[in-house]
Write a protein that binds this ligand. Structure first.
Ligand code: F6P
Length: 550
């Protein structure tokens, strides 16, 4: 077998896939189903509580075999084992990527730099649980003695998107006595909007930041402290213990937490081997635990762990994240698809596409391999989506009749206790109908049989042959959410292994941060700054300085 680090496009399996694609690209899903009606039952997987129907993909058995060969030639097995062993697979930052340890059971052992990290993981979970119980039962009081009724999570990126998504997804499991708000944007309108109707004396802030240096989060945390101290009647510059009753931190950076004024006894720790976008199962999930309680939070972690174990142990041919990852590579690299639409038929998953955007695009939006060479092919696709059925009345037109190929992931639940059964039937009928329409379309002949012909028929033909996955789960519980998130985490990992990239760094976001600091000083300064930028940026700075309010 060729070395797993040889250029991807020169691997035998890649070459074979190029040739195979040339044959298969003209074959339609209609033909594939006509030749093999049983594929709808056969091209399915049922594992870790997730049923995947991948039969409506433009694949044959040969395609799957070739994709599996590509996984083998790319060293996917070794990459998975290295991740679970705690090796420093995040090469550009010299770190392990060990989010799987966050969900490992108490009796597991995972060693990083000579230390078993599992006891520390559970120690933090236990501290979180003790704190959460105190807040939820009203024992943890605010500065004026009032019970905490509002929780505001201040964080951005991975310190926001996971908690927001999970908070919404699990709304049915929330403790109704607590109100949850999330502040992320450096735009002051975000903080103002989130706190407008809150009583500071009843509000607890979670400042969530891995680094505790992020501009947006630190700015909002300072705004929150001023708002709180004013609101509970502590004079400017004073504190008298109010911050201690109303602020907790989640971070890896104890020094910075202390410098902000939060006692590190009220800091919930995580570690540099947890990437921000992989941190929902860490203390970053504190707001989620406050919302659903420690027991349900542990169920979510158990759901993650179930999928972790499936990913680690199942043969690749029966491995959900591996198969979905490989199907993604098939469309991305051989059909030239540039995007993936994620379509949850569950209103409470309405922030899931946004969550996946960071997970997939910050991880796999890379242009060089782990060793720094150009990748030589397209890497991470653009993820986007909206919950069904809203998307149907918006962008599905393009999915059905546009000129671009957009592979879709439908996510459907068998039960939705929050919704009357008859209403849930309608939701599910729409999901199944959309997948059917995308795959098989409506031909000119079918239209003619229905009395539509000529120019009108041309407008109404739906060509079909548009691929989709159908993910089918029982119910949107904490366990199911853990399984679903871990499925996508490992799908992203699988693709990174094929593309030979580091999925755990994010250097691309740094340049903008540095430039923003520099421009901020120029916007703020008393004198007109020297024109040190390009002509456009210089002019924009000048214009802003003359137009902005006092
Ligand atoms: O800007 C990107 C990023 O570094 C993300 O990777 C991260 O999730 C986010 O910023 C927030 O970082 P922090 O948790 O350190 O505030």
């Amino acid at each position: 077998m060729p070395s797993s680090t040889s250029p991807l496009t020169s691997k035998p399996a890649w070459q074979a896939l190029v040739a195979h694609h040339a044959k298969l690209r003209e074959v339609t899903l209609r033909e594939l189903f006509d030749q093999d009606p049983g594929r709808g039952e056969r091209l399915t997987l049922d594992a870790a509580g997730v049923y995947l129907d991948y039969s409506k993909n433009r694949v044959t058995g040969e395609t799957i075999q070739l994709l599996l060969a590509l996984a083998a030639e790319s060293g996917l097995r070794e990459r998975i084992d290295a991740m679970f062993r705690g090796e420093k697979i995040n090469v550009s930052e010299d770190r392990a990527a060990l989010h799987v340890a966050l969900r490992a059971p108490r009796d597991a052992a995972i060693v990083v730099d000579g230390h078993d990290v599992v006891p520390a993981v559970h120690a933090v979970l236990d501290r979180m649980a003790a704190f959460v119980d105190r807040v939820r039962c009203g024992d943890w009081k605010g500065h004026t003695g009032k019970r905490i009724r509002n929780v505001v999570n201040i964080g951005i990126g991975g310190s926001d998107l996971g908690p927001v998504m999970a908070g919404e997804a699990l709304v049915a499991d929330r403790d109704g006595s607590l109100e949850f708000r999330f502040v992320s944007n450096v735009d002051g309108a975000d903080f103002a909007g989130a706190t407008r109707d809150l009583d500071p004396a009843e509000t607890l802030f979670i400042v969530a930041s891995k680094t505790f240096t992020t501009q947006e989060t630190m700015t909002n945390a300072h705004t929150a402290r001023d708002w709180l101290l004013r609101g509970v009647g502590v004079g400017a510059g004073g504190d008298s213990g109010a911050v201690a009753r109303h602020f907790v931190a989640v971070s890896t950076n104890a020094q910075r937490v202390a410098a902000f004024g939060i006692d590190t006894a009220q800091m919930f720790e995580f570690w540099d081997w947890v990437g921000g976008r992989y941190s929902l199962g860490s203390a970053i999930g504190l707001s989620t635990m406050l919302a659903i309680g420690p027991a349900r939070f542990r169920e979510m972690l158990a759901g993650f762990h179930e999928m972790d174990e499936h990913f680690r142990c199942a043969p690749f041919s029966h491995n959900l994240p591996v198969l979905m990852g490989l199907l993604g590579v098939w469309y991305n690299n051989f059909f030239g698809a540039q995007t993936v639409a994620v379509l949850p038929y569950a209103q409470n998953l309405h922030r899931f596409p946004a969550y996946l955007q960071q997970l997939a695009m910050e991880s796999n939006g890379k242009r060089v391999t782990r060793s720094g060479d150009p990748v030589g092919c397209d890497t991470g696709p653009v993820y986007w989506g909206e919950p069904g059925t809203n998307g149907q009345h918006s962008f599905y037109q393009l999915l059905h009749q546009g000129t671009r190929l957009v592979p879709c992931d439908f996510i459907v639940f068998a039960n939705s206790p929050g919704s009357p059964v008859a209403q849930h039937d309608k939701l599910v009928a729409n999901a199944f109908a959309q997948a059917e329409a995308l795959a098989f379309g409506r031909s000119a002949d079918e239209l003619a049989a229905a009395g539509v012909s000529g120019q009108q028929a041309a407008h109404q033909v739906c060509p079909g042959n548009r691929p989709s996955n159908m993910l089918f789960l029982d119910q949107l519980t904490p366990t199911a959410l853990g399984r679903l998130v871990a499925l996508y985490e490992h799908l992203v990992f699988t693709q990174a292994a094929i593309w030979q990239i580091d999925a755990f760094d994010q250097w691309g976001v740094e340049l903008g941060k540095v430039l923003a600091q520099r421009i901020l000083a120029e916007l703020d300064g008393p004198a007109e700054p020297p024109p040190v930028h390009d002509g456009s940026t210089n002019a924009l700075i000048r214009r802003y300085r003359t137009r902005r309010g006092a």
